[in-house]
Design a protein around this ligand. Sequence first.
Ligand code: ADP
Ligand code: NA
Length: 331
Amino acid sequence: PQPLRIFSGMQPTSDSLQLGNYLGALTQWVALQDGNEAIYCVVDLHALTVAPDPSVLRERTRRTAAQYLAAGVDPERSTLFVQSHVAEHAELAWTLSCLTGYGEAARMTQFKDKSAKQGTEGTTVGLFTYPVLMAADILLYDTNRVPVGEDQRQHLELTRDLAQRLNARFGADTVVVPEPHIVKSTAKIYDLQDPTAKMSKSAASPNGLIELLDDPRRIAKRIRSAVTDTGHEIRFDPEGKPGISNLLTIFAALTGRSIPELEADYEGKGYGHLKVDLAGVVVDWVTPFQARVHEYLDDPAQLDDVLEVGAGKAREIAAVTLERVYERTGL
Ligand code: ADP
Ligand code: NA
């Protein structure tokens, strides 16, 4: 098959990524490196929407990059960089914002949810135009596929609409129209305390979160305290048994075992048994992961070098796309 251009990013909005980021997106990033041209970004401009302390933001950007590397993003095969190091992201975002309808942006459910919590005065214009910046991130690299979790589907639809609009107005090959790459089985990992809500770095309570860099003993405790469902049968049934189904999804994804196999194994056993075993599986996975993250964080010069080389490669591609868009739009 033809190599595809792959692009994706995560916000450095926390000291640690959470397990949903890893299973929903990062594992796909690693898999898609083979045979494709992959570009992965720490989207620090997006993280400004949560008004971080400057030194905290800078530190989280480095920690996020270190977690990409520890998960298997290979800078020899992929381009890894920080969004704010490539000025073209903000420039294309402005151009796209002038093609985006106000109502169209106002319909984004993530914006509606977040702005409802923050009120009109607490909500920034940056939060409102966040999906437009995300569209710019993707379109700058002539991206074919965007590996993300289910929560990004609507933003990807907007990106596609904007790409098609650009091409309709300014010429068919102005930008590439991207497609989401969403793997159904792990597209939405749920909060351990509220298995109807997605696990998120920005969850109101941390107890339902599995943070990859957290103390393994606390991770184990959170898994053992996960909310389960009525009844006692260990069966995959996302509607009827969302808690147990989420635990089975995580178990299967981290071990490579199938859900029917796990159901057979746990036949006649209790929820507690599954939770204790899953805690062991997660702890066995995070322990070497954390050691790799700390190796990268302990060598800041090497990490800076990877990010600088990556920004150079990204800039070369982004500059060509931006020039094409500027030229066609009359700038
Ligand atoms: P968060 O909501 O944790 O702040 P981001 O918005 O930075 O995460 O998203 C980074 C990537 O992780 C995106 O591709 C997103 O779809 C994916 N992702 C986030 N949470 C989950 C989840 N609970 N399950 C699956 N994928 C997720
Ligand atoms: Na998100």
